[in-house]
Ligand binder design. Sequence first.
Ligand SMILES: Nc1ncnc2c1ncn2[C@@H]1O[C@H](COP(=O)(O)OP(=O)(O)OP(=O)(O)O)[C@@H](O)[C@H]1O
Ligand SMILES: [Mg+2]
Length: 373
Amino acid sequence: MTADPPVLDVQSLDTLIHTPGGDPLHVLHDVTLAIAAGECLGVVGESGSGKSVLARTVLGVHGRTSRLTHTGRIRLRGEDLLTASARRRAELLGTEVAMVHQDPMTSLNPVVRVAEQVTEALTNRRRLGRRERLRTAVELLAAVDVPDPERRARAYPHELSGGLRQRVGIAAALAGGPALLLADEPTTALDVTVQRTVLDLLDRHRETRGLATLLITHDIGLLYGRARRIAVMYAGRIVETGPTDEVTERPAHPYTAALLRSVPRVTGALRRPLPTIPGTPPDLSRPVPGCPFAPRCERADAGCVVAVPPTVAVGAGHEVACFHPLAREGNGAAGSRTSLPIPGAATGTAAASTSASGTTTTSASATTRKDTP
Ligand SMILES: Nc1ncnc2c1ncn2[C@@H]1O[C@H](COP(=O)(O)OP(=O)(O)OP(=O)(O)O)[C@@H](O)[C@H]1O
Ligand SMILES: [Mg+2]
């Protein structure tokens, strides 16, 4: 049994976005996940599935014109974030929890030199003289393999390539010595070769610093060999979670299987175009009863559009929210239509049984990084 509590422990989290003049948008539903020290959890899902809102909910920041409300629980090293004061959350930001954004140009301030930006988390805590700040920035940049760090520390973000800017973003995130790193599509803006070196860099720091990492991507292929476990999101719900090998070799949810079919294989000739998932992701402003994937699912029946399937175990640490999961022997394409006998199906979501506290609110937080809606 694990002795240490997880660094991040999210239980039965529901998040609503409130925008001026609009109805609240219920974005996250009953999200439960945990990440241990040194572990990487990969979160995958199509655009709009709620991956970034999940990260922002943990971080406690959001856009300037909207605010989030939540039910459920988020614990960071045992401390309840949703009930923490705004002041305490601001303290934790950059020190205990840090974020690497998709496009560093939106997270870095274009008119502030690199040295000041990478040391911001430190100067929030204590005064640093100009020379000490520069020296620390150079160390931080060297630690993320920025060549000629003395020169780069004095540069402005636009003077650096995309790959170097992302390294600066990572250096800034690591500066405060966080326990949890939220990486939201950290390499999407980079070309493939740079992508790999940046992901390798994140892996290295995760291992050496024992960082718990939430790695968000829409590309499930990026997670092979990096994330020990995967959570697959659809319409704001985690529809499948488990060890990466298990989920990718024996997907239980039809959506996961469809995602995997759309990943290019490196072996064999590409004889036909990669299949896409038919239909479109649901419009969250028009919630439907039942399983949100049912309208696009070839296995759905009448029951699937009536009730949301409970999350049930289908293997060791492998859970799925589906009334008709794919057979374990199958690879997704060949699974039988018959439902598996599912242990605990009658009891519903294991996580949900421990649910729910009161409602708390997170509004836009003071940070020099822009919150991209
Ligand atoms: N500030 C906001 N105001 C209103 N709706 C928002 C806001 N931010 C996110 N949403 C909505 O919340 C839902 C989830 O968005 P989110 O950005 O988390 O998706 P995502 O999975 O990160 O997608 P992508 O892969 O495109 O980054 C979407 O329907 C989106 O339109
Ligand atoms: Mg996103």
